[in-house]
Each structure stands twice: as structure tokens, then as C-alpha cells.
Design a protein around this ligand. Structure first.
Ligand code: MF3
Ligand code: CO
Ligand code: CO
Length: 259
């Protein structure tokens, strides 16, 4: 297989990515207060679009490969790329992933997390907690000299140990001025395999963890990916930089220090 070029970012460019990433994280935090029973996913979208513009940035998803909205809102069995819709009203017990990507001064910040609408079922809570721990473990595998396969192995091992499965059809990705570029970051795989991580690499880790089968299906709208068995799916995402000593989370959740 051809060796793809993985661009290493300069410290100046990583600072641009940090500005964009922190803005994306702030947007996600801003939206969190709106997630309540009775709110439509379109309302979340419109608030995100307005907030992003007011902060001098652009919504990367809008118009990307024909995507029609500014954010992705993936509820319950939706794995990713759920399209906000006025008719989709959040209800008590739903779980929702909100995925935002902003472009600030040409650079992308891409992040997502899960929210509970009211009270989740025990299995929904467990799935979200396991997915969140997969995020931590995946990030903990990132350091110079480690390999891309170490990330997926850490995530897959933890998810499967809890009886869940890892989506294979969507992967993390290099990101900078370009939304999706090399390298691909699978959330499954074998430790010690794949390309070596080097300082200056910037990519996302965005595991999608399913309650049942790992298999997904894309609906007729060409975007919405759902679990094949229609059981629950959860996801969280950060944009990260490999540093000289380890990793920097470029999209830190406000008020949370895990980097
Ligand atoms: N934010 C998504 C990601 O994590 C991509 C969304 S692309 C869109 O890579 F077109 F669906 F918005
Ligand atoms: Co992404
Ligand atoms: Co994203």
C-alpha cells in the first residue's frame, strides 16, 4: 500500500489549531444548556450556526460534500452524521451526540460529546460512560514513538471487555486547514501496528461504540448512519496534537482537565 504523506504542523500552526479547537469546545459547552426534552435538533443547529458566526468563525459541515446543516446531531441508534431536523424533538431518556466543527482563521476544530436528555436508561448510561473511558484510553495511547494501532487497540479492548462493539466504517482523521486528511485513525486494531506517531501530527480520535452489533447502515438521506440492529450508539471526539512529550487536547471540554 502506498505510504500517505502525514503533514507535521509547525508550532505556529498548532497554535491556530488550538484557537479553533478551543472555540469548538466552547461552542459544545454553550449548546449543552439547550439539550432538554422538547427541544428540536434544528434549534441546536441554528443556535450553533449563530454562535459560530458571532465568534468570527464558520461551520465546517455546512455544504461539506453537500451536507445540509451546520452540526451533526446523532440521537440513540444514530451512529453519526445525524441531520438536524425541526420535526426531531428530544425526549426524556434520549442520548444525543452533538458534533461541531468550526473553521477559525482557516483552521479546523472538531469535537463531539454525548448528552443525556433527562434520565437515561441504565444501559444508555453505561454505554456513554464506557465510550467516555474509551476516549480517555485512546488519548492516553498518544505519544511520540507510539503507533496508530496502539490507539485503536486500547479503545477496542476496553469497549469489548464491557460487551460493546466498535464501529469500523468511520475513523478518526488528520485535520488542519483540511477537514479530513491523512492519517486515518481506526478505533479498533492491534497494538504495535501502523504508522509511528511524531510530534506535530494533528488528528482526531472519535470512537463510535455500539450497544449491539458494530455494523452500520447509511439511510436514504445519504448521511444518517444507524446501527444495523437499531440498538444504541455513542461517540465522543477530540482534536489532538502529538507533542514532544505526549499529547495536547486541542478541544478540551471547559472545566475538565484530562490532558
Ligand atoms: N464532524 C464530523 C467528523 O468528526 C464530520 C462531519 S462531516 C458532515 O469528522 F458533513 F457530516 F458534517
Ligand atoms: Co472528526
Ligand atoms: Co466531528
Amino acid at each position: 500500500m502506498e505510504r500517505e504523506v502525514i503533514t507535521l504542523l509547525s508550532l505556529r500552526e498548532i497554535d491556530k489549531m488550538r484557537q479553533a479547537g478551543h472555540l469548538a469546545a466552547k461552542l459544545l459547552h454553550h449548546l449543552s444548556s439547550l439539550v432538554q426534552p422538547g427541544v428540536s435538533t434544528l434549534k441546536l443547529n441554528d443556535e450553533a450556526e449563530q454562535w459560530t458566526q458571532a465568534h468570527g468563525a464558520k461551520s465546517a459541515p455546512l455544504g461539506y460534500k453537500g451536507y445540509p446543516k451546520s452540526i451533526c446531531t446523532s440521537v440513540n441508534e444514530v451512529v453519526c452524521h445525524g441531520i438536524p431536523n425541526a420535526k426531531q424533538i428530544l425526549k426524556d431518556g434520549d442520548i444525543i451526540n452533538i458534533d461541531v466543527t468550526v473553521i477559525l482563521d482557516g483552521y479546523h476544530g472538531d469535537t463531539s460529546r454525548m448528552f443525556f436528555v433527562g434520565e437515561p436508561s441504565p444501559i444508555a448510561r453505561k454505554l456513554v460512560e464506557v465510550t467516555d473511558e474509551c476516549r480517555r484510553r485512546g488519548i492516553a495511547a498518544v505519544k511520540p514513538g507510539a503507533k496508530i494501532g496502539d490507539i485503536g487497540a486500547a479503545i477496542q479492548e476496553y469497549a469489548e471487555a464491557h460487551g460493546f462493539s466498535v464501529v469500523q466504517d468511520f475513523v478518526g482523521h488528520g485535520i488542519s486547514k483540511v477537514f479530513h486528511t491523512a492519517p486515518q485513525i481506526p478505533h479498533y486494531g492491534k497494538a504495535g501496528t501502523g504508522r509511528r506517531l511524531r510530534p506535530g501530527m494533528v488528528f482526531t480520535i472519535e470512537p463510535m461504540i455500539n450497544e449491539g452489533t458494530w455494523e452500520v447502515k447509511v439511510l436514504a438521506d445519504k448521511w444518517t448512519a444507524v446501527t444495523l440492529d437499531r440498538k444504541l450508539s455513542a461517540q465522543c471526539e477530540h482534536t489532538l496534537a502529538v507533542t514532544e512529550t505526549g499529547v495536547e487536547i486541542l478541544t478540551p471540554y471547559p472545566g475538565e482537565d484530562i490532558s
